[in-house]
Structures are given as C-alpha cells and as structure tokens.
Design a protein around this ligand. Structure first.
Ligand SMILES: [Zn+2]
Length: 73
C-alpha cells in the first residue's frame, strides 16, 4: 500500500487519535493501529480498523463530551 497523497511508503504504527463524532462529542481511541506515510506524515486507517472504530463510536452516549477508549480492549 502507498500513500494516496504523495505515493510515499507507509509504515504501520500504533497511535492515539481523536475523532469528532458530533458537535460536542469527541472520542479518543488509544492504541489504534494505523499506517503513517514516511513522506508526508498522512495517517491512513484501514477499512477493517475503521469498521471496528465505528462499532465503538455507536456505543458512545451522545451526551458524552469526551471519552477515551482503548481500541484493543
Ligand atoms: Zn504521503
């Protein structure tokens, strides 16, 4: 897989990443496995990872302002 922006090589890393779900809800996923471009630094999230992230987001109460979830848990 190559970076869709610059065509650079990707390396697999584990990072913490915030996702804004709505105007007031932010979820931070800890230890999310992503790919980072070695050229431009862009993060790429694979479909299977995104699907699991979305299933985590579905469980977040919409009244929550900020929630930190371990992706791997
Ligand atoms: Zn790139």
């Amino acid at each position: 897989m190559k970076c869709h922006l610059c065509g650079g090589g990707l390396k697999a890393i584990v990072t913490d990443m915030p996702f804004k779900l709505s105007r007031k809800t932010i979820v931070i996923l800890k230890e999310l496995p992503v790919s980072q471009c070695e050229g431009c630094g862009e993060f790429l999230i694979e479909d299977s990872v995104m699907e699991r992230a979305e299933s985590i987001f579905e469980k977040v109460d919409e009244a929550t302002e900020i929630k930190i979830v371990q992706y791997a848990a």
